[in-house]
Design a protein. Structure first.
Length: 348
């Protein structure tokens, strides 16, 4: 891999490789845009098959964070961190070593919890650096806020597609029952939706089945179910050339990052198949909104209003895509670009 060429082509400001021999830490921090003064993006811990895959992931995730923040009307740039290891190898010493790298950036990078990191892990990092969020789990924490935003996104998509104000009776397939997926199942059940769920952890599926009368589906079958909404809430890349031909759901709306294996190609194919796709970097912004308000002073009503903006932004994107005959991803990028220019004019 041509590292500098890869970084340059993704339009990043800075990419840092972090290594600590005492703990075995190997991590990458990608800063896509710090022009607003700081960039935000959570850190995930994952056993990547190789460092090239880790780099590709952190570059994609950090790039989408810039658009996520812009679409969510948050005045920060995008960044991301990845720690390359197995979850069972996670130690407080390793987290503190990573936190020292975060702290060395002097606030240009603010991070929090993503896959395989918990709120307690963030609190451990907070012993070393103040440039972390999610420490106090305001409003139930970022996972709850993310699920609330995804519920609003599903509601917006259903209203746009079928002019229906309710989710009652709709069939929703939720792939992945992590913290966000479980919370989303709770909210969907409250709205009267019929749940179909899958996860590699049978204990999680059994719990959701018992609590919400959900139908458990093998992981290999969840993408092809004949449902109203498919909600990817696991890792990225689930929408790809292999799964696209079998997707029957007319709406895709979930919390996973990088749901499209190839953004441009798969977005165009979804449009061709007349599937209404909620761009991931728009619908899953609730967690970012929640932790951003920790930085500026948390007020519950203000946070809830901000998260509700996800509903309005998605309706704007859907209308733009329909009126200009483009994919919803292209429409979301247009909305992000317009808002970015407007923000630059305000601060000029």
């Amino acid at each position: 891999m041509e590292l500098f060429q890869t970084i340059q082509s993704s339009d990043h400001e800075q990419v840092l490789y972090c290594h600590d021999s005492a703990t075995g830490l190997k991590a990458i921090i990608a800063l896509h845009d710090t022009t607003p003064g700081r960039a935000m993006g959570a850190t995930r811990l994952w056993p990547y098959t190789d460092e090239a895959n880790a780099l590709q992931d952190v570059l994609r995730l950090s790039r989408s964070m810039t658009d996520k923040a812009t679409c969510a009307n948050i005045p920060v740039g995008g960044a991301k961190g990845v720690i390359i290891t197995h979850p069972e190898a996670k130690t407080d010493a390793l987290l503190k070593a990573y936190a020292r790298f975060v702290d060395s950036l002097g606030g240009r990078f603010v991070t929090g919890q993503d896959v395989n990191l918990s709120a307690q892990d963030v609190r451990t990092m907070n012993q070393i650096t103040n440039h972390v969020v999610g420490v106090h789990e305001k409003g139930g924490g970022p996972a709850i806020a993310t699920a609330q935003g995804v519920l609003l996104g599903i509601t917006a998509a259903v209203e746009f597609r079928w002019q229906s104000p309710t989710l009652k009776g709709l069939k929703v397939a939720v792939q992945g029952l992590g913290n966000v997926g479980q919370a989303l199942c709770h909210y969907l059940s409250e709205q009267g939706a019929q749940l179909f769920v899958s996860d590699l952890d049978s204990q999680k599926t059994a719990w959701i089945q018992q609590r919400y009368q959900a139908t458990v589906v093998p992981a290999s079958q969840i993408t092809a179910l004949d449902v109203d909404v498919f909600s990817p809430c696991a890792l990225g890349g689930v929408i790809n050339q292999s799964t696209l031909p079998s997707i029957k759901a007319p709406i895709i709306a979930g919390c996973a990052n990088n749901q499209l294996a190839n953004t441009d190609r798969d977005a165009a194919l979804l449009k061709q198949q007349e599937i209404l796709y909620c761009p991931d970097f728009v619908i899953n912004a609730g967690g970012l909104i929640n932790v951003y308000h920790e930085l500026i002073g948390y007020q519950t009503a203000r946070v809830n209003n901000h998260i509700h903006g996800i509903y309005d932004t998605l309706l704007e994107i859907f209308n733009c895509a329909r009126d200009t005959n483009i994919s919803t991803v292209e429409a979301a990028q247009q909305v992000a670009s317009t808002r970015r220019i407007q923000n630059q004019h305000r601060t000029a």
